[in-house]
Design a protein around this ligand. Structure first.
Ligand SMILES: [Zn+2]
Ligand SMILES: [Zn+2]
Length: 116
């Protein structure tokens, strides 16, 4: 992975303005990376941002490639897919299990298996 895997700027799909790449830590202490539309200003009287609210978060570990796995989830009946973890291990997961990279929280079905 190169240092410059994300371009510095992008065009906002919502308003066409320039978006700037920024990373930092939120007030809740969660690290973030993403593009923030520059077409917004902080109203100093109300302390509210005004203008375009488009934000696009990115993550360092893009979702691995998913391949279908035979059978269905014993927990919820959903489809199963192969997943390769960041370490390169193979596992089977239910497609109804979701992971939100922006908030780093998992939701939905948590079924997983490690077939031999
Ligand atoms: Zn915008
Ligand atoms: Zn499931």
């Amino acid at each position: 992975m190169s240092e410059n895997q994300f371009p510095e700027t992008k065009t906002c799909p919502q308003c066409g303005s320039e978006m700037k790449f920024r990373e930092g830590t939120s007030k809740a202490g969660k690290p973030y990376k993403g593009y923030f539309c520059t077409n917004r200003t902080l109203n100093k009287e109300t302390n509210v941002w005004e203008g375009c609210d488009y934000t696009e978060f990115v993550n360092d570990n893009p979702a691995p490639t998913w391949q279908p796995y035979e059978g269905t989830c014993p927990k919820c009946g959903g489809a199963l897919v192969w997943k390769t973890t960041a370490k390169g291990d193979k596992m089977v997961k239910c497609v109804n299990g979701k992971y939100d990279f922006a908030t780093k929280t998992a939701s939905g079905c948590d079924y997983k298996d490690f077939p031999k």
